[in-house]
Design a protein around this ligand. Structure first.
Ligand code: SF4
Length: 486
C-alpha cells in the first residue's frame, strides 16, 4: 500500500498525451519538451515511441519526465514521428507494465498508443470481443489489443497501403464508451482521436514542416508550434507526408460535447486554451462571481496555493478586499510515496504548506480554494491558519460541492470518500473548521468559463452522467496487477 502525502484532497489527472510528425526536426526532443509541459497531468510514469520510418523504438519508465529521459536516452531516438505519454494511474497500483505508450507488433511492423481518459465499458468489451482473461492489463491495453486483432483479421500487415491502423481504428473506435483522447502511430502515420463527448482535451498545432497533437496548448507553445484548433468530439485526424486528414468514425447521434468542467476548475494549466478561452482568465472570473454570490466582511483575501490563486485574485478584485498571501507552498515537493504510518500522515499538510504568520495573525481572512474533495487537507490547512493566529476564516470555493465519483479519468476516490457526498454545506463547514463556507453555484461556474453553450460534463457535481456507466472491470478480465488505467 502506498500513500501520496500531500495531495489526498485534490482530484488527480489521469494522463497527458503528445504526438509530433515533423521530418527534419528532433522529434524525440520535441516530445520530451511537450511531455514536460504536460507533467501536471500525470507523474507516475512517462514514455515515448519514436519512428524513423522503419523501426519504432519505445522508451518508458516509472517517474517524472526528467527522471525517465536525459541526453543519453534521447540521443539514440532519431526519427520523424513520435508520440509521448505521462501517466497517473486512476485506480490500482502503478507498474511499469502499464506505463505508456503501449506497443503492439503486427507481422514485422507495429504501432504504439497513448491514452488519456477511462473507458466505461471495459468489462462488456472484454466479454463481447472474446479477449482472453488476463491478456490485457488496462483499458488502454484493451484498445491496443482490439486494434491489433482488427489488423490481423483484415489479413493485412502494417505496410500494405499504410492505412491498416486507420482502418482498424474506424472499426474499433465505435465499440468504445467513455473518455478517450488518444495518440497513435505506426512507422509513418500520427493519429489523434477524441471520444464523441470530448471529455478530455486534445489539440492540433502546426510546426514548420510538421504537426503536433497535445492534451493542452502549452505543450504546443513549448515546442514552437502554432495552435490550429481543438479536435472536435468524435474526430480522428491522420497525419502523414500528405498532410492532415479528418475522419469521423462515430455515428452522429453519439456526438455530444461534454468537456470535463474540472479541466477549467483545476486540472488544466492556467495558460491552456479550452473552448477558445484562457483557463487563467476563466478562473479569475470564477473568483469574481464567487465574491458577488458570497460576499463577506474581511481584511484579506488569500489563496490556497497554487490552485486557488486566480480565483482569489478575482475575489479580491471584485470585493475590493486586499489580496495577500498567508500560506507558502513547498515548490519542490514532487510525487513521493511513503509508508502510511500515522506519524507520516500527520506530516502531510505541513510538508506541503507553511503559514506566513505576520500576514495572518489577528486577521479576518477570506481563503479561496478551487475545490474540496475529501476535506482532510482543507481541515488541516484551516487548523494551521488558526494556530498562526487567524481571527476569522471564511472559506470560499470556486466550484460546487464535489459529490459524485468520476468515471472519466479522474481519481477522486469512491463516493464514501467525498466529504460533500452526504454532508450539507454547514456540516462540511463544521468539519473543516471554517467560520463560514460558500461554494460557487454551478450556473455561475459554467458562465465563468466563457463557453457556457459549448457543452460540459458536470457529473461529479450533479450526479448526471452524460453516458451510461458499465460495471467496473473485474480482476479476471484484466491483469490483477493493475485493474484499470487511463
Ligand atoms: S465527472 Fe467531474 S471530473 Fe469527471 S469528467 Fe465529469 S466533470 Fe470532469
Amino acid at each position: 500500500m502506498e500513500l501520496a502525502l500531500w495531495d489526498g484532497d485534490t482530484p488527480k489527472e489521469a494522463c497527458g498525451v503528445f504526438g509530433v510528425y515533423a521530418p527534419g526536426h528532433p522529434v524525440a526532443h520535441l516530445a520530451y519538451a511537450g511531455l514536460h509541459a504536460l507533467q501536471h497531468r500525470g507523474q507516475e510514469s512517462a514514455g515515448m515511441a519514436v519512428s524513423d520510418g522503419d523501426t519504432i523504438t519505445v522508451v518508458k519508465d516509472m517517474g517524472l519526465v526528467t527522471n525517465v529521459f536525459d541526453q543519453r536516452t534521447l540521443a539514440p531516438l532519431v526519427g520523424h514521428l513520435a508520440i509521448g505519454h505521462t501517466r497517473y494511474s486512476t485506480t490500482g497500483s502503478s507498474t511499469w507494465r502499464n506505463a505508456q505508450p503501449i506497443y503492439r507488433s503486427v507481422g514485422d511492423a507495429g504501432f504504439a498508443l497513448g491514452h488519456n481518459g477511462n473507458l466505461t465499458n471495459t468489462t462488456d468489451l472484454v466479454a463481447r470481443t472474446g479477449v482472453l482473461d488476463g491478456t490485457v492489463t488496462s483499458d488502454s491495453d484493451l484498445i491496443a489489443e482490439l486494434c491489433q486483432d482488427a489488423i490481423i483479421r483484415a489479413g493485412e500487415g502494417l505496410r500494405s497501403d499504410g492505412r491498416d491502423l486507420e482502418r482498424a481504428l474506424v472499426e474499433v473506435l465505435p465499440l468504445l464508451d467513455g473518455a478517450f483522447s488518444l495518440v497513435l502511430m505506426d512507422d509513418s502515420h500520427l493519429i489523434g482521436v477524441r471520444d464523441p463527448n470530448g471529455f478530455r482535451p486534445l489539440c492540433l498545432g502546426r510546426l514548420d514542416n510538421g504537426w503536433v497533437l497535445a492534451s493542452e496548448t502549452p505543450a504546443l507553445d513549448i515546442v514552437g508550434a502554432h495552435f490550429v484548433r481543438e479536435l472536435e468530439p468524435g474526430e480522428m485526424v491522420v497525419i502523414d507526408a500528405t498532410g492532415v486528414r479528418s475522419i469521423h468514425p462515430f455515428p452522429p447521434d453519439r456526438i455530444k460535447p461534454k468537456l470535463c468542467l474540472f479541466e477549467f476548475v483545476y486540472f488544466a494549466r492556467p495558460d491552456s486554451q479550452l473552448y477558445g478561452q484562457t483557463v487563467h482568465t476563466a478562473r479569475q472570473r470564477m473568483g469574481e462571481l464567487l465574491a458577488e454570490q458570497a460576499p463577506v466582511d474581511a481584511e484579506m483575501v488569500m489563496p490556497v496555493p497554487e490552485s486557488g490563486i486566480p480565483a482569489a485574485e478575482g475575489y479580491a478584485r471584485r470585493s475590493g478586499i486586499p489580496y495577500g498571501h498567508g500560506l507558502v507552498k513547498n515548490r519542490y515537493i514532487g510525487r513521493t510515496f511513503i509508508a502510511p504510518s500515522q506519524e507520516m500522515r500527520n506530516l502531510g499538510v505541513r510538508m506541503k504548506l507553511n503559514p506566513i504568520r505576520e500576514n495572518i495573525a489577528g486577521k479576518r481572512l477570506v481563503v479561496v480554494d478551487d475545490s474540496i474533495v475529501r476535506g482532510t487537507t482543507t481541515r488541516a490547512m484551516i487548523r494551521m491558519l488558526r494556530e498562526a493566529g487567524a481571527a476569522e476564516i471564511h472559506l470560499r470555493v470556486s466550484s460546487p460541492p464535489y459529490r459524485w465519483p468520476c468515471y472519466f479519468g479522474m481519481d477522486t476516490g469512491t463516493r464514501a470518500e467525498l466529504i460533500a457526498a452526504d454532508l450539507t454545506v454547514p456540516e462540511v463547514c463544521e468539519y473543516v473548521g471554517a467560520d463560514t463556507l460558500a461554494y460557487l453555484e454551478l450556473d455561475r461556474l459554467v458562465s465563468a468559463t466563457g463557453a457556457a453553450g459549448a457543452g460540459f460534463c458536470t457529473a461529479c457535481l450533479t450526479g448526471e452522467y452524460p453516458i451510461e456507466i458499465g460495471p467496473p472491470p473485474t480482476k479476471a478480465a484484466l491483469d490483477p496487477v493493475a485493474p484499470v488505467s487511463g
